[in-house]
Design a protein around this ligand. Sequence first.
Ligand SMILES: Cc1ncc(COP(=O)(O)O)c(C=O)c1O
Length: 475
Amino acid sequence: MNLHWLLASPRPDGVPCQRLLYQGLRAAILDGRLVAGARLPGSRQLASELGIARNTVMFAYEQLAAEGCLLADRQGTRVAALAVAPSAVVKAPAWPALARRAALAESAPAGPELGAFAPGVPDVANFPFRAWRGCLDRAWRAARPRHLGYAAPGGEPELRAALAEYLATVRGFRVRPEQVIVTAGTQAALDLCARLLADNGETAWVENPGYPAARTALAMAGLVLHSVPVDGEGMAPMTADWQAHPPRLVLVCPAHQYPSGEVLSLPRRLALIDGVCRSGGWIIEDDYDSEFARGGPALPALFGLQPDAPVVYTGTFSKTLYPGLRLGYLVVPEALADVFAAASASLARSGQGIEQVALADFIQRGHYTTHLRRMRRLYLARQQALRTELARTPGPETAIRGGAAGLHVVLTLPDTLADTAVAARAAERGVVVRALSRYALPPMRCNGLLLGYGAVPEAQMPEAVRRLRWAMQPD
Ligand SMILES: Cc1ncc(COP(=O)(O)O)c(C=O)c1O
């Protein structure tokens, strides 16, 4: 048998000869050029024919024998009969279709964006590294084998207890630790809620404009989205929304709507609770950045606003500590606590036991509140600096909205200036601004810019605003 073609030149650079021989033989067996039962030359003979070392041939033969492509016995080396016809192996049909929900994923985020004016980005340069390292060290020193396994269902007991106490102080929640379910951030919490609180094909209300990642989480869990417009008082459902699209789930950011920054008014809060009680639905309250509320006491959360209201609450450490920590939590009515803990344990197989213990310690030692107090002051000063710079520099007719909490404001633009065009021009000058219109679903039309100031030190604000103003000039 002539096998010279196995190592025909030109040979690709950098691929060892034994790999080429192995791949060549394997391909020939799989595509039927070498048929079952065909005898191959002995290793010595093939090595001399190809002008290579015998070890090289032996390696290829042994590898293929281990994979079941060759049979080696006293009579020599033969091609094995494959379980499937060779042509079926190589001529694979086109990939099977994906699930329909695969098309629902919004385009992948571009990766971490930092600097002026990336929205929603906390200032991780001011993260309390020392205090956090101390808590992690203590957690590792006290670690037991169980901390290296999956986390306890619902989260590590220390963290659930610390959060229940913290939320009692800052939010007035009266909840038992068991009602706190630790999650891998809000995104995981939404996935859990969608699966446990609604069935496939049921309706979920989302705010318009709204947070795209949340829409994806709900749609990919099999829910049908109905978008409800947001106005100056937050989510504004009409009678027709309730009648024609009664919700099973309502996802809402009452404290600081994303992206508009509006605060859901108290009458709207009460009306929303009343509405879901009538429609037999649930509210998911996404409280992603109210820790940085300013300008007077925050309105009470929907959770606990009315006794026994069908509300679950979700919070995150993505803004207050750092997004890569991937820790957040749900607070659920007592009757739901067990099912949420069990489902989260079986669905997500949560981990990060050590980080959870460290975080509990961090909260209990007061580091968390100290850090929040410091960051609240810092973000307030940065928002103020942004306002001052925008007021100081001439530009088109704009208004700043949505600064009651969080890390971003919205700058409304006149109709003559398209937000997408401004964002593209700003990017040319190294400034990240998000166009508000990108968060809206038709028929809602918005025109404005999301300006995240969280990671922009005051000293850099004048230059950042100067570049933004350049991007806002008409051509
Ligand atoms: C509206 C909203 N909710 C929640 C989050 C936080 O999500 P996670 O906890 O999954 O990081 C964000 C982050 O940008 C957000 O904008």
